[in-house]
Design a protein around this ligand. Structure first.
Ligand SMILES: Cc1ncc(COP(=O)(O)O)c(C=O)c1O
Length: 244
């Protein structure tokens, strides 16, 4: 994949015209895709070779969601700029761009401003959130994520239409297929399962071509995880029966 980008730079977009490469270290809306080993390191090397900034968008994956404070820590690959939002304020609106001083100083005073930046209430919520994540929630996400993945692996043995299960911590995707060998996406089935789960009391969202995402709160406990997975299993059975 990195070779393909390098090829693009040779043929279509000269590297010296590329200011930055922005990537999610674990893809969100795209389908909860964990990149293959070496992909982020390859991107880092490519950026370093050409003097391109590497930006990690962790709006969805950051702040403990994947079982570590930052999703990049799973790969050890550091970005030049890190972007956070969503979970950072535990529901209060706040976003954050983090970069070393030498990059931040490229902005002249006034070139980056907004109406609500630095809102004291949101900053207080973010500080409290970071404290909780650092002191237990990230570890809980790692533990509960493992529990969910184990159960989903069992469900994948039971239901032929589960094509793939993947994720880190409490950022988990389940992909549905009409045919495992052909890996054909089963979008309608994914929608049906989300619908059935809603009526059974479990809120899910779709993601990617034919997947659902499991993103419970970071403080969820084992009892609630098991209850949610029971509902998911029932919803899959119902969707399967409906499809027949
Ligand atoms: C990975 C990712 N980046 C950026 C955004 C946009 O963030 P915001 O809504 O804070 O502008 C989203 C979703 O909203 C997202 O999932």
């Amino acid at each position: 994949m990195v070779a393909y980008i390098e090829q693009l730079m040779e043929r279509n977009v000269p590297a010296d015209e590329v200011a930055a490469i922005l990537v999610e270290p674990i893809q969100g809306e795209g389908g909860y895709v964990v990149p293959p080993d070496g992909f982020l390191a390859g991107l880092r090397a490519l950026c370093d070779r050409h003097g391109i900034l590497l930006i990690f968008d962790e709006v969805q994956a950051g702040v403990g969601r994947t079982g570590k404070m930052f999703a990049w820590q799973h790969s050890g690959v550091r970005p030049d700029v890190l972007v956070l939002a969503k979970g950072l304020g535990s529901g209060l609106p706040i976003g954050l761009a983090i970069a070393p001083t030498h990059i931040m100083q490229k902005w002249t005073p006034g070139s980056h401003a907004n109406t609500f930046g630095g809102n004291p209430l949101c900053c207080a919520a973010a500080l409290a959130t970071l404290d909780l994540v650092q002191n237990g929630y990230a570890d809980n996400a790692a533990r509960m994520g493992k529990r969910i993945l184990e159960r989903l692996a069992a469900l994948a043995r039971q239901f032929e239409f589960i094509g793939n299960v993947r994720g880190r911590g409490l950022m988990i995707g389940v992909e549905f297929v009409t045919d495992r060998a052909a890996k054909s996406p089963a979008k309608a089935l994914a929608s049906k399962i989300v619908h059935r789960a809603y009526h059974n009391g479990l809120l899910l969202l779709e993601c990617g071509a034919s997947g659902i995402r499991l993103i419970p709160p970071l403080m969820i406990d084992a009892t609630l995880v098991d209850e949610g997975l029971d509902v998911l299993e029932r919803s899959m059975q119902e969707a399967q029966a409906e499809a027949r």
